[in-house]
Design a protein around this ligand. Structure first.
Ligand code: DC
Length: 230
């Protein structure tokens, strides 16, 4: 267990990070951690408390006073908890989607979340996905990936995710939502979504998750940078 051994996967919304991170974690016997779920749990709590997601002070106060956590689920997935309540399904709502990027921009929120995430990686070998994993959270990781796909493909994937949750959303609406989230996530002042200089970029527009994981496994098993202790 060490931060160097952990694997970082970053990328924009709908790039398929969580799917491949879960599969890669299973293949390696590592713990899968999706950090977006922690930000989503905070967004849910903001909604529940009726706090203003655009007021930094209110958001920071909620972030510091409420316990959010993630834990491994038996099927290799992840459960998200707020004050001991399982909110895994609730954090996928349209309301949470609409405010999760804005509440994630505040420096004090990010500092708090980075601490939580590093503590998880200090405790277990992880495949961790998010926006700032290779650049900030696990900057010392020797194995970093940046997963991306065309905007149209990402929107189509996200639309299918929504449909699986029983949410029928038009493709144009999904495209706009993703563009808006990309814009906020990649232009925020603190730890914006960006490619770490030592990350391997995978454009998976025309790749299946299995193909992506196979490509990642080759890097993990073969590349000098990552192979030493894996
Ligand atoms: O991975 P996701 O789409 O569920 O993430 C939801 C939001 O959480 C994302 O739009 C921005 C924020 N996030 C972040 O700021 N940093 C991370 N490491 C992960 C997610």
């Amino acid at each position: 267990m060490s931060l160097e051994r952990s694997i970082a996967i970053d990328g924009p919304a709908g790039s398929g990070k969580s799917t491949v991170a879960r599969m890669l974690a299973r293949a390696l016997g590592y713990r899968y951690v999706s950090t977006g779920d922690l930000y989503r749990a905070l967004a849910l709590e903001i909604l529940r408390q009726g706090a203003d997601p655009y007021d930094e002070g209110s958001v920071v106060e909620v972030a510091k006073s409420v316990s959010v956590s993630v834990e491994p689920a038996p099927d290799g997935a992840q459960r998200t908890m707020v004050e001991g309540e399982d909110v895994t399904a609730l954090i996928r709502s349209a309301q949470v989607d609409s405010i999760v990027s804005p509440v994630s921009v505040y420096p004090a929120v990010r500092a708090h979340m980075v601490k939580l995430q590093r503590a998880i990686a200090e405790d277990a070998d992880v495949v961790m996905d998010g926006r700032d994993i290779g650049t900030v959270v696990l900057a010392e990781s020797r194995c970093k990936f940046y997963l991306t796909a065309s905007p149209g493909e990402r929107a189509a994937r996200r639309q299918r995710d929504y449909a699986a949750q029983g949410r029928q959303v038009g493709l144009n609406e999904v495209r706009e939502e993703i563009a808006q989230r990309d814009m906020i996530d990649s232009t925020r002042r603190v730890s914006p979504l960006t490619v770490a200089p030592d990350a391997i970029v995978i454009d998976c527009t025309a790749m299946s998750p299995t193909e992506v994981v196979a490509a990642m496994m080759q890097v993990v098993g073969g590349a000098d940078a990552c192979s030493t202790q894996l």
